[in-house]
Design a protein around this ligand. Structure first.
Ligand SMILES: Cc1ncc(COP(=O)(O)O)c(C=O)c1O
Length: 378
């Protein structure tokens, strides 16, 4: 049955399907979940108790949440100020630079609404990259222009990107989405890529998605203070261990931040979610203390995979690895990728088959050991 009132662009879309939940697939209950790049550690018990106290005594269930997110924005601004690298020392941010969303997914949608919707522009992405930019753009009728990356380094094909921008088209490119480091390929932006982004004219918004900043320790956030067309997006879903609570944020100049505030839903962040993010920031030293361990695990797992399996890995600046199995010439890579994905899953390791490769989240030391063993058993 087709519903005649639906927009044709929506009819043609497929809904985003996350990995199967235990309720749908009982066998997944015992899987190592290494396909969504979360931190492998839950919140410490003491912090969960503090949140439970908030739920019971601090939050009135009959009252709407703080719709302005004032306290949370100030705490985020303080954290962002601390996060600027030495080259930009002295850069300071305040609550007016911050907008928060129900996950950074919501902020991607808001960015599209304030820039491209209504036939006013298209977006440019370099594949393989995070799929939600394209998915959300299509739901809003925003055209997506794609360019490729180097097969050796996954650097963006800057010549193709420049050409795509210069090309006269009905909806000119208004936004360039870049992930730093990229997902799924795990490479951070190079100096040449950053230089190209800085060369873009003021009518093109540069979105640098730093979802994995805590693992890469590389940031472009100071650019926001001098470039009106630069926005950095981050999330609490990865290093801060709050994927279940849904909090992302943007750092941008005052005018762009105000535009994002205009289009978001009034109470987009539940009270408990705001409390969780504030608690995580207040205890950031403790929560982020596991980052060096995860970086070390990444190095060790990458070394072991390279030594013991025929999976070719690329260098990673994030909390995941990206690789492709070596295939005899003439054999299709995709068939081999499916074999790896299904074989690992059957043994209990869930990874992501995406962007023409396998993306493997770094888990606990025990999970990483099992990842290696399961690969060897393939
Ligand atoms: C690059 C990138 N951006 C954004 C997100 C989404 O983050 P959130 O959970 O805040 O919506 C992800 C999640 O995997 C991601 O990989």
């Amino acid at each position: 049955m087709s519903l005649p009132f639906l927009r044709s662009a929506v009819v043609g879309l497929t809904a985003y399907t996350p990995h199967l939940e235990p309720a749908d697939d009982p066998s997944s209950a015992s899987l190592d979940i290494l396909d969504t790049n979360e931190c492998p550690y839950d919140l410490p018990e003491a912090l969960k108790e503090k949140l439970a106290w908030q739920l019971h005594h601090g939050i009135a269930a009959n009252r709407y949440p703080d719709g302005g997110h004032g306290a949370l924005k100030s705490a985020i601004a303080q954290y962002v100020t601390e996060s600027v690298t030495e080259s930009a020392e002295g850069a300071t941010f305040d609550a007016d630079h911050i907008s928060v969303g129900n996950g950074s997914d919501e902020l991607i949608r808001s960015l599209l609404i304030v820039t491209c919707v209504g036939g006013e522009g298209s977006v440019l992405v370099a594949n393989p990259t995070f799929s939600m930019y394209g998915i959300l753009a299509r739901t809003l009728g925003v055209p997506v222009v794609t360019v490729g990356r180097s097969e050796e380094t996954f650097e963006v094909d800057l010549a193709a990107a420049q050409q795509a921008i210069a090309q006269p088209q009905a909806a000119p490119v208004r936004v360039v989405f870049m992930v730093h480091p990229n997902s799924p390929t795990a490479n951070a932006l190079t100096a040449a890529e950053v230089l190209w982004l800085k060369s873009l004219p003021p009518e093109i918004l540069v979105v640098v998605d730093e979802a994995y900043f805590e693992f890469s320790q590389q940031t472009t956030v100071a650019e926001v203070l001098t470039r009106p067309n630069w926005v950095v997006m981050r999330t609490f879903s990865k290093a801060f261990r709050l994927a279940a609570y849904r909090v992302g944020y943007t750092v941008a100049n005052l005018e762009l931040t105000q535009a994002l505030e205009k289009v978001r839903l009034p109470y987009n962040l539940p009270s408990l979610t705001q409390a969780a993010a504030q608690l995580a920031l207040a205890h950031r030293a403790e929560l982020l203390a596991v980052v060096p361990e995860i970086q070390q695990q990444r190095r060790e797992l990458a070394g072991a995979i390279a030594q013991h399996t025929p999976l070719h890995l690329w260098p990673s600046d994030a909390n995941f690895l990206y690789g492709r199995p070596l295939v005899p010439s003439g054999q299709p890579l995709n068939t081999e990728l499916e074999r790896w994905f299904n074989g690992l899953r059957r043994q209990g390791t869930l990874v992501r088959h995406t962007g023409g490769g396998l993306r493997i989240t770094i888990g606990t030391p025990a999970e990483n050991q099992r990842t290696l063993t399961h690969m060897q058993q393939l």
